[in-house]
Design a protein around this ligand. Structure first.
Ligand code: NI
Length: 256
């Protein structure tokens, strides 16, 4: 089955796992139905690389931001540097930003401080945010209620109930390869219940490859496996899911 209109709302093609064949792989994606990719930064270096990729490839757009893992290195100049990068017209979001209490690679107070600073930057620049949340549902929700950004909870791992709270805030839910995993009960409940207008699809490439590629290096061409699974629980077709999520991504990120 050949699919079209695949918009990958979250990938990391700057990752070292693509060093050997990055250009060849990225160049091949449009022939596999990919029409858009948001390449997300995780620190200043990868944010700058995201911008470079977006300048090189028409259909790649960049998000710039500092991931909670790297929050500990967020200094006085970091915000200015992000602001400078975000001035590029291919930068369509601030991300990925958020909280990660599973790994706790940065102290939690620092994660919260850096998350809020970047939410304020996004509001200043009128850009949506791409949010990473792992095992920090309560703090994430409270901070989002306070700042009310537009944006997406990427690789959403919460319950259907938390997803409803997020949608009430007008934010999107990003679903990826996890919906295809064995024991994917929670992600499938979320996949079945998110309203059409708030659903996005993503890879998180090179991570989170869907079954049957689980554990392998992931790229945007694997999205149809995720779309097929989501379509199954929503009683529709994978192509309909791809059309819908592409429209949603363009609307959220302001892409024509
Ligand atoms: Ni990511």
């Amino acid at each position: 089955m050949e699919y079209t209109s695949i918009f990958d709302s979250h990938a990391h093609y700057d990752d070292a796992k693509f060093d050997e064949d990055r250009d060849e792989l990225i160049s091949s994606l449009p022939s596999k139905g990919i029409i858009g990719v948001i390449n997300c930064g995780a620190d200043l270096k990868s944010s700058a690389q995201s911008v470079k990729l977006s300048e090189k490839y028409d259909y790649i757009y960049a998000a710039v931001g500092v991931h909670p893992h790297e929050a500990k290195d967020f200094g006085d100049d970091t915000l200015n540097e992000l602001r400078r990068l975000a001035a590029n017209k291919k930068v369509v979001a601030i991300g990925e930003i958020g909280l990660d209490y599973y790994y706790d690679f940065s102290p939690r107070e620092k994660q919260i401080e850096v998350f809020e600073k970047q939410l304020i930057l996004a509001a200043e620049l009128n850009l949506p945010v791409i949010i990473h949340n792992r095992d920090a549902h309560e703090d994430t929700l409270n901070i989002l209620k306070k700042h009310r950004p537009k944006g997406v909870l990427h690789c959403f791992s919460g319950s259907a109930e938390t997803a409803r709270e997020i949608v009430k805030l007008g934010m999107f839910i990003g679903l990826g390869g996890a919906v295809t995993f064995k024991n994917a009960k929670k992600p499938l409940e979320v996949a079945a219940t998110v309203p059409d207008e708030f659903l996005l699809i993503e890879t998180d490439a090179p991570y989170m490859a869907p079954v049957p590629f689980r554990g392998k290096r992931c790229d945007s061409a694997m999205i149809p496996y995720t779309a097929e699974k989501i379509a199954e629980v929503r009683n529709t077709t994978a192509q309909e899911i791809l059309n819908l999520t592409a429209e949603n991504a363009k609307r959220l990120f302001g892409i024509d």
